[in-house]
Write a protein that binds this ligand. Structure first.
Ligand code: TMP
Length: 174
């Protein structure tokens, strides 16, 4: 998936796949925010706001969560991000655009194999570009069934980590 995204112009941390278990990546300064995109309501959105599970959203919904395990990764707003300087306004503008573009690209990739991309989580980092003398934002995360919700297009069967989270069985098959 990261290769497909970089072919579409998304800068990622991936340099090279070394083998089945290892990859060489760029060392990035991770921005302490989880960016979540939702196309269909489920999970914590349905729980917190009472939006019916499976409601198709009019447009992708972008949410921000602080990466802090002790606090249970609380949801935050852009104002929190700017107040506490977790990222600059310019960076968030770039990331918002990249995230929506990644959502479009991933939705297309999954749709082609009969799968709906319900929601996903993604993280970004800063890497120093020596020739330009600036920090650049790159996608610095995995994209996998652990970090995405994927439903079968026809049956809405869950094909992601929710099988494990909700003890639905058939984890390997999914
Ligand atoms: P949520 O509905 O539990 O907030 O999850 C939204 C999406 O983000 C879902 O695809 C799972 C993913 N996610 C992670 O990858 N890591 C996390 O720590 C959390 C809370 C969610």
């Amino acid at each position: 998936l990261l290769n497909s995204l970089s072919q579409c112009g998304i800068q990622t941390h991936l340099l090279k796949r070394l083998n089945m278990r290892e990859q060489l990546i760029k060392k990035a300064e991770i921005i302490p925010i989880e960016f979540i995109v939702r196309n269909i309501a489920t999970g914590s959105l349905s729980k917190r706001l009472g939006i019916a599970e499976g409601t198709v959203l009019n447009k992708p919904l972008l949410e921000y969560y602080l990466k802090n395990d002790e606090l249970g990764d609380p949801i935050i707003t852009k104002e929190h991000i700017y107040s506490f300087e977790w990222a600059a306004k310019k960076e968030i503008e770039i990331i918002d655009k990249m995230t929506l573009r990644i959502n479009d690209l991933l939705q297309g990739i999954f749709r082609a194999v009969g799968i709906k991309l319900v929601d996903f989580k993604i993280e970004y980092g800063r890497v120093w570009n020596n020739s330009k003398g600036v920090n650049e934002i790159i996608l610095a995360d995995e994209i996998s069934p652990d970090t995405c919700r994927l439903w079968d297009m026809k049956t809405d069967k869950k094909l992601d980590k929710d099988r494990f989270r909700k003890d639905l069985g058939n984890v390997i098959e999914a």
